[in-house]
Design a protein around this ligand. Structure first.
Ligand SMILES: O=C(O)CCC(=O)C(=O)O
Ligand SMILES: [Fe+2]
Length: 339
């Protein structure tokens, strides 16, 4: 059995002594390197914000179809904004299909909404009207700012712990390209998920630097057991104050493969009873590199005996390339929602 995922007390990031911060930094980097994941409690995103945001996301998904359709995501834009209808995003394509375009079209049993930085000029957010959902935009913008600040601090902890310039990662991330993603997983028959054709979310890595996942009481998030690739370990609900931090692909690329992205999926909760998998929501912050930044390996992680294993390209190009994979074009048209 692999060592369980640690839950770290992050209160020292705000008011800890140098010693407490160093002890936190060591365990944080260790878990991110060993597992690709770590859980934090007493982190600085205020619990009332998290609760507010959860209430708003539940309201969002209850909006009438017409309101959601008005702000439908256009997969051709390369960056997600607005509502992705059930089945539109196909995470199976990210890791599981091995490039086989003739393979069956396994689907995701979820709908989502994505928004970026407040007032993003390049990829404007697509909000429901204020009268349809009062306060929604403000709640999301506030949540965006708190998560962005936490991620910048966590990136500085990682760099310091690696004995590098503390701003090595954070200077490449003003959160201009970061996004909030919310997911809604409707109730589904247990046998549908057990059929192997449909998943809540198929195994995947996130594309940014790190991600924050705020827990849902239902459970179902699982992470790969690296000692037994292809097998997954449930991450049980650990309390409303908990946040799961995930290493994402850009961090793996920057560190030249040294700190690997954490493969994860969402399926039925391990302890569920009965024939219907309960409804679930999730709230995620994808902290991404600024758009012009190179997401090839940083020189600090390259040496004669460790040549670069990833190509140079901008974060914007990388995001567009990865997004195109899970909105495969012919399939987007097939579900009748392509823009
Ligand atoms: O729903 C969750 O717990 C995780 C969601 C996730 O992995 C994603 O949206 O990328
Ligand atoms: Fe994810």
């Amino acid at each position: 059995m692999p060592a369980p995922l640690p839950t770290l007390d992050a209160s020292c990031m705000v008011n800890g002594t140098a010693e407490e911060r160093a002890a936190f930094g060591q365990k944080f980097l260790e878990s991110m390197t060993e597992h690709g994941f770590v859980k934090l409690v007493n982190h600085p995103v205020p619990l009332p914000h998290v609760e507010d945001t959860f209430s708003q996301i539940k309201r969002f998904f209850k909006l009438p179809f017409a309101d959601k359709k008005d702000i439908i995501n256009d997969p051709k834009k390369g960056q997600q904004r607005g509502w992705s209808p059930p089945g539109e995003e196909k995470t199976w394509w990210l890791e599981s299909n091995n490039g086989d375009i003739e393979a069956p079209k396994f689907s995701d049993n979820k709908e989502s909404f994505d928004c970026g930085a407040p007032n993003d000029p390049l990829f404007p957010n697509r909000w429901p009207t204020e009268s349809a959902l009062p306060g929604y935009q403000k709640t999301m913008d506030t949540f965006f700012d708190s998560c962005g600040a936490l991620c910048v601090d966590l990136l500085e902890v990682l760099a310091s712990q690696m004995k590098l310039d503390p701003k090595l990662f954070s200077s490449r991330c003003t959160n201009e390209a970061s996004t909030i993603r919310i997911n809604h997983f409707p109730p589904v028959a247990r046998e549908t998920l057990e059929s192997g054709q449909v998943s809540r979310i198929w195994p995947h890595n996130d594309f940014g630097i790190i991600s924050l996942v705020f827990p849902d009481r239902t459970g179902g998030l699982e992470y790969e057991d690296r000692e037994n690739p292809g097998t997954f370990i449930p991450m049980p609900y650990g309390g409303d104050d908990e946040v799961v931090v995930i290493v994402s692909e850009t961090f793996q690329r920057w560190t030249n493969g040294g700190v690997r992205a954490g493969l994860h999926r969402v399926t039925k909760p391990v302890d569920m009873e009965g024939d219907t998998v309960p409804e679930r929501w999730s709230l995620v912050y994808f902290c991404k590199a600024d758009r012009h930044v190179n997401v090839g390996p940083l020189k600090e992680f390259v040496a004669a005996e460790k040549p670069p294993v990833y190509e140079d390209l901008t974060a914007l190009e990388y995001q567009a390339m990865r997004n195109a994979v899970h909105y495969p074009e012919p399939l987007a048209e097939e579900v009748g929602v392509g823009a």
